[in-house]
Ligand binder design. Structure first.
Ligand code: CTP
Ligand code: MG
Length: 225
């Protein structure tokens, strides 16, 4: 089995105070370097396509291009979907499985990457996810609670998400034809009627979104717990 990983890293980090999250330091290395270590550990991965800001992609940081021969850099899009689409366009045709993982999730484990690749290698589309702990309300524009879905059926999506290559390619082709955007690739694939299954994610596999998330990740890494 041959796998490609796609790492969207072209966001503007607006909720972080407009800082490029993938390149902020975390325990002595850029955030994205942590994620790449877990992703590149699996030797079924033969290609790692990283989407970064278009201006930066024209002159990418040498540490990134020299990190591993499997790494290639593409320019990201305005939205995450566009970044994934650009990366997918450079995935080699002989790739069986594509795994997508946010650069902003540095604490993913090698074991979770392995499980996602195993599943997609067996033909199943999967997303890492965590059962929600809190009750979730759907709230109307006037602030009124309009629905409270059964919590036991709600999961918070994470990445990695992994798919047979043909499944992801077809979903992106159909999405482009209908001008569909999605913040989540599992949702995009499921929208076209392909079954997508959850695999148990990891509480520590948080997405660095606001400054407190980075503080938390630093504390976890420092304590070694
Ligand atoms: N991403 C991307 N291209 C975009 C937008 C997002 O590759 N046009 C990537 C981000 O770099 C990140 C992942 O998608 O690794 C998840 O996105 P998010 O957490 O929303 O990051 P940002 O868009 O950078 O942050 P914000 O929404 O706060 O601006
Ligand atoms: Mg965003």
């Amino acid at each position: 089995m041959r796998a490609a990983v796609i790492v969207p890293a072209a966001g503007q980090g607006r909720r972080m105070g407009s800082l490029p999250k993938a390149f902020l330091p975390l325990a002595g290395r850029p955030v994205i370097a942590h994620a790449l270590e877990a992703l590149l550990h699996d030797d079924r991965v033969t290609q790692a396509v990283i989407a970064i800001d278009a201006a930066q992609a024209a002159d990418p940081p040498p540490w990134l291009t020299q990190l591993d021969p499997r790494v290639c850099i593409v320019a990201g899009g305005q939205e995450r979907t566009g970044s994934v689409r650009n990366a997918l366009a450079t995935v080699a045709s002989d790739i069986d499985v594509v795994l997508i993982h946010d650069a902003a999730r540095p604490l993913v484990s090698r074991a979770l990457v392995k499980r996602a690749l195993d599943e997609a290698g067996a033909g199943r589309s999967v997303t890492a996810a965590i059962p929600v702990a809190d009750t979730v309300h759907e709230v109307g524009e006037d602030g009124r609670v309009v629905a409270t879905p059964d919590r036991s059926r709600l999961w918070r999506a994470q990445t990695p998400q992994a798919f047979p290559h043909s499944v992801l390619r077809d979903a992106y082709a159909r999405a482009a034809a209908r001008d569909v955007e999605a913040t989540d690739d599992a949702a995009l694939v499921a929208r076209f009627g392909v079954p997508v299954f959850v695999i148990e994610g990891e509480p520590r596999n948080l997405k660095i979104t606001v400054p407190d998330d980075l503080r938390l990740a630093r504390a976890w890494l420092q304590n070694g717990t």
